[in-house]
Design a protein around this ligand. Structure first.
Ligand SMILES: Nc1nc2c([nH]c(=O)n2[C@@H]2O[C@H](COP(=O)(O)OP(=O)(O)OP(=O)(O)O)[C@@H](O)[C@H]2O)c(=O)[nH]1
Length: 333
């Protein structure tokens, strides 16, 4: 055998080993802030770690068929309602998996570990304290994030009156908004910092996760807030992250595939990908459209919010195209 054919066979062998294994998995939620976890049996790949129940596709199966079959085989339940949550590829040293994860909201039967696996209902807010297979960390973020994200309008739309802004935010949180980005591009740092302090003192942040959008040096002054890293702050963020300071939640904005390649080193917990549609606020940007959105989102392997011209009727299309949900300013007004 020549060197070249031996090399070719070696490469083929490596590629075969790298064949991606499709797996369906479920975040089964109970509507009271809990999700069902199963413990992988000790002798299996990633044995002993907690997982979202599910398993490999059988030949010819769709993700949905694999989901329903696996949950019946492993937990003895019949699933009635489910929606796509996230799809991601992870390369372990020994194998590559593509996890198709669904949120299961309605099922019949009492879940039992039919293969001897331990089960537990875990508080969604405590999920980060469990040991999961490495592939699962973006799934944990997706389970913890809502599907709607509010981005605050400019302060000028509240007549530059911080009291009016506070009232608006109180109403939104009372209506169920649980993730917001404090954008306010038209207010100076001193006013911005005061607003953050008022929000922290208001008790609103017990019900709503706050993402700041400022220079990371300013954001690092606050505990229990997330950081949104926009283009102008990427270098400053990298410098702070390199020193080991990192918030619990970090997001960034991306407008194209090329830009994603310059942002992925931030290892964001989630991404805002825009503009999906043409917007009045950014007339210079060409809309991605859902098809391109889906292609780029697929590469990100983390939760992605669709942004740009969204209204609540778009939520269904967003999910069909691989998004966690939608983000916007106007869709909440
Ligand atoms: N079900 C499930 N599998 C996961 C998760 N995360 C993760 O990396 N995996 C990986 O995806 C693969 C799923 O395989 P599995 O062993 O559960 O599949 P299965 O039930 O069809 O098993 P079998 O083929 O041994 O009967 C494993 O390599 C596992 O480590 C997860 O949250 N749930």
């Amino acid at each position: 055998m020549s060197f070249f054919s031996a090399h070719f066979l070696f490469e083929r062998h490596e590629m075969d080993k790298r064949k991606i294994i499709d797996v369906a998995a479920a975040a089964i939620v109970d509507g009271q802030g809990q999700v069902l976890l199963a413990q992988r049996l000790a002798h299996l790949h990633q044995g002993g770690k907690w997982e979202f129940p599910g398993g490999k596709f059988e030949p010819g199966e769709t993700a949905e068929q694999a989901l329903l079959r696996e949950l019946h085989e492993e937990l003895d339940i019949t699933v009635h309602d489910y929606q796509p949550l996230i799809r991601l590829v992870h390369q372990y040293p020994e194998k590559s998996v593509r996890l198709h994860v669904f949120t299961v909201t309605r099922f019949s039967g009492l879940p039992k570990g039919k293969e001897g696996q331990a089960l537990q209902w875990a508080d969604i807010s405590r999920l980060r304290s469990f040991q999961f297979p490495d592939a699962n960390y973006p799934i944990v973020s997706a389970v913890q994030l809502p599907d709607l994200m509010l981005i605050t309008p400019a302060l000028a739309s509240f007549n530059n009156d911080v009291d009016q802004l506070m009232l608006f935010l109180q109403q939104k949180v009372a209506n169920g908004v649980s993730l917001m980005q404090l954008r306010l591009p038209d207010c100076d740092d001193a006013t911005y910092l005061d607003i953050v302090k008022r929000l922290q003192a208001s008790g609103l942040l017990e019900r709503c996760r706050l993402m700041l959008n400022r220079n990371p040096k300013l954001m690092a002054r606050f505990a229990n807030v997330g950081w949104h890293i926009s283009g102008e702050h990427v270098e400053a963020a990298q410098a702070i992250l390199a020193k080991g300071t990192r918030p619990d939640w970090l997001s960034t904005s991306v407008h194209s595939r090329d830009e994603w390649h310059t942002r992925r080193m931030l290892e964001p917990d989630f991404v805002l990908l825009s503009p999906v549609k043409a917007t009045a606020s950014h007339p210079d940007r060409i809309a991605l459209g859902w098809e391109q959105f889906a292609e780029i989102a697929e590469e990100m392997n983390c939760p992605v919010f669709a942004l740009g011209g969204m209204n609540t009727a778009d939520l269904i299309y967003a999910k069909q195209n691989g998004a966690q949900g939608i983000a916007g300013i106007r869709c909440f007004q």
